[in-house]
Design a protein around this ligand. Sequence first.
Ligand SMILES: Nc1nc2c(ncn2[C@@H]2O[C@H](COP(=O)(O)OP(=O)(O)O)[C@@H](O)[C@H]2O)c(=O)[nH]1
Ligand SMILES: [Mg+2]
Length: 248
Amino acid sequence: MPVKTCIVVPCYNEAHRLPQDSIVDFVRRHDDVQLLFVDDGSSDRTGELLEKLAADHASLSVLAQATNQGKAEAVRRGMLEAFERGAHYAGFWDADLATPLDEVPRFARVLDDHPALEVLFGSRVRLLGRTIERRAARHYLGRVSATAISATLGLPVYDTQCGAKLFRASAGSRALFRERFEANWIFDVEIVARMIQAHRRGEGPDPRHAIREIPLREWRDVAGSKVRPGDFFRSLFELYRIRQRYLR
Ligand SMILES: Nc1nc2c(ncn2[C@@H]2O[C@H](COP(=O)(O)OP(=O)(O)O)[C@@H](O)[C@H]2O)c(=O)[nH]1
Ligand SMILES: [Mg+2]
């Protein structure tokens, strides 16, 4: 039976920090959400651990990549599989669950209630009554990149880089994942650039109205991130490439 929501969780050497208890707790409470873990050629016990989880829980499955391809490609393969399974909504979530899985049903309800929305981005905005814990240095570096990204895209987007996103499985959304991404660190930006390009060609909705950012109720910077300071500069280069390819 096609599942309503399928969430892709890219995993590269996550054995030491995969929050198994939270995952099991979530799948027990939500049988309308499938979790599809993509083991991105991990060299630690990630594969073994995921297979064990999948054997114990029907709504949890694993797609194994023979070699490490990077987050962008791991997510893309997972999304294609989620669409193939007939999910109504397909999305991706970082394996450290910095964004708790409990946000998934809330995102799904927003798509239920707003048929014109195609894409939801989790957004890490610090507001009273919410718990957004991020180290100051990463916050400010993140705000510098976010400002450059927003200016390049020409859209008032606050946070393209949060690891929690949900897509309506429309023909337009599927098309966004058809080709391999050129960017690896900021493929999320490439997704938006592809939407802008499709809209300009009259093949897709206006991203200004089709994407909505959802301020998260909870987000915690989990130790063990694989993103390094040098990746900041790599992202700027990727941003330049995206502009040249999609936005001129
Ligand atoms: N860095 C990295 N992450 C990958 C790769 N393949 C899949 N991922 C996953 O992408 C997500 C990145 O999250 P994380 O390392 O916490 O980065 P951050 O939260 O943006 O600092 C995790 O779920 C990783 O397991 C890869 O080749 N490199
Ligand atoms: Mg993280």
